[in-house]
Design a protein around this ligand. Sequence first.
Ligand code: BG6
Length: 797
Amino acid sequence: MKLPGWWKMLVVAMCMALLACLQAQELQGHVSIILLGATGDLAKKYLWQGLFQLYLDEVGKGYSFSFHGAALTSTKQGQEFIAKVLESLSCPEDMAPGRCAELRGQFQQLSQYRHLRTSEDYMALSKDIEAQLQHKGLQEAGRIFYFSVPPFAYADIARNINSSCRPGPGAWLRVVLEKPFGHDRLSAQQLATELGSFFQEKEMYRVDHYLGKQAVAQILPFRDQNRKALDGLWNRHHVERVEIIMKETVDAEGRTSFYEEYGVIRDVLQNHLTEVLTLVAMELPHNISSSEAVLRHKLQAFRALRGLQKGSAVLGQYQAYSEQVRREQRKPDSFRSLTPTFAGILVHMDNLRWEGVPFLLMSGKALDERVGYVRILFRNQAYCAQNEKRWVADQSQCLPRQIVFYIGHGELGSPAVLVSRNLFRPSLPSKSWKEVEGRPRLHLFGRPLSDYYAYSPVREQDAYSVLISHIFHGRKDSFITTENLLASWVFWTPLLDSLAHEVPRLYPGGAENGHLLDFEFSGTQLRFSQQQLEQLVPGPGSAPKPSDFQVLQAKYRESPLISAWPEELIAKLAEDIEATAVRAVQRFGEFHLALSGGSSPVPLFEQLATRHYGFPWAHTHLWLVDERCVPLRDPESNFQGLQAHLLQHVRVPHYNVHPMPVHLHQRLCAEEDRGAQMYASEISALVTNSSFDLVLLGMGMDGHTASLFPQSPAGLEGTQLVVLTRSPSKPHERMSLSLPLINRAHKVAVLVMGRMKREITMLVSRVGHEPKKWPISGVLPSSGQLVWYMDYEAFLG
Ligand code: BG6
């Protein structure tokens, strides 16, 4: 056949283009993937399959591969292990069996085991890779080292990779790290610093496999693609609560040595559930595919998290756990673990979008079902005037409205995104998500499935396969950066510290748990719904039970003393403050209350914020007893504590709130700025006689009160009402009401809590008036009343 000239030219051009294209593919280069810990559980269950999936997805797209399974196991055993695992690899359902066998064969050819222990072994590995490249005339694209090893092995491996296994110039290095990334803020920081000395941030891929779960990975794209519908809804005005849940039926048997050290909060909440929380709560970047923007917004969300208190958590432990630990770790019969295997946590965010919206995080082992989900429940602001029978089944505004990212398992059995039909019809990428076929009997979250627009992935993918593909493509947004990791530990560590000695509630496990683990919240407090009269783990033999005591009234330093268990004590003090406030407002029209900072008053603030509806806040002036010389926004600032635990929950007029002016002219507590004098003038101007109606004080372990410290004369006598002082502990610089001013108050309440205060309480009970040694001993209102509030631990030890 004779072709016209232009046609010939076109054919030549096409051939050349095809050739160029093929050459370009050739040029993509060779990737070596080294799986460290290749004979371990994770590798066997997920990672080899993930690597095979990567091969299936990428084969023929221009890259060549080699897979090196490495471990400490002997070469023979390792080879046998790997041969077995490779034999069991599976292909997607829609792949023809012949094609699957062919590709699995290729993958087996490309995979080999090697014993990797010494630095010489690492050098040999690198040499072998280079020799292979040279032999086949391949260009190196990069190397991936997947650390599926315990964290104590990280440093050695990292050192070896850094010193002898980096790829040549122009090729990339990616190291993939598995949790745990530390145990608390400090250890996470240390590990991060250590890793940072070997690898650049861009080279590290810290895995949180929940970010690879399809429903979790869909949160940001869903928010992005449905911006229009969600813009007005995704906020405190419309969201009633957010539930982030991961329930498991398995227990910790076989892993108690790991679990004893970590417990459920470190194992699941600090990472998986926190990541999910940030995806829901963060401000949505304009471009969600920019990993820098996503990270920036995530960090912002971390900054908005309100600090957690002991009362933000409920803890449980399945009954068989301690026995499992005793058995697996050869502990004596008397050993009882305090490690929680169940936790419910109430989180709040202090920002305009989420103020006041409860985020409930919950996870546990040995529960009644395996399921994970994020459920955003919207407030119902509609009232339907017609009888329920006349509501249009799936559209009525009076039916619950919710969006659920169903992570997996549970009744539905697969990942899904559910949107109540009475909200809006969502848009999801039709290539990867399809509508779920009707299952008429299925009810989810109280509604039949037909009430939702429900979508599930076209092809279900395991989280590790998703993440391995992202690592290969250098997509960092699905991984945990150092900043992200540390921000999460900063959030969780104080709670973990405060819960370290907490006795978890025991639960039998499985369906028998009944309602034992149900919990409820009010304000910032979370508690089990069922009160348990007897703790199943007995405390020390002779310790008195709360019911053995009533609120005890006695004398301390010749002034009234009220002593009780902490909860009752706080309740009593809050009651007394309210009564004093009501009386003051009735008589004078206003109430001037000066409050101390620190940790003891926190439960009091929370009590006042959540239980005292009759408190005359509108007529109350709030003053600070003392302040640390830090910006008011600093978490160490007493004002910040007051703001977080009280002010933001009650309606005190702004002009009645009087923070101490420690931050003037952009500097802190400079004498020349005369902040102390300013505060004194404000007090003189607003408080009749400069006599506060009530001053709340604490007592330090060295006998200090307010910010008046032993051996530092400032503020103990004289005419100054407010003084600058110096604390022996950081931050050293302080501002404080003076002792003479405190003693002008109508009433002074001193709150002392905790066993740590026992010694100073005993000592101060015996000393006379010696404010220079023990400033607290100088508190004696000249014409007012002093009342001591001490919990039993401080008073009786
Ligand atoms: C892991 C935890 O990170 O996640 C395990 O260490 C937990 O304790 C597991 O069982 C749950 O993951 P998945 O994918 O089964 O929900």
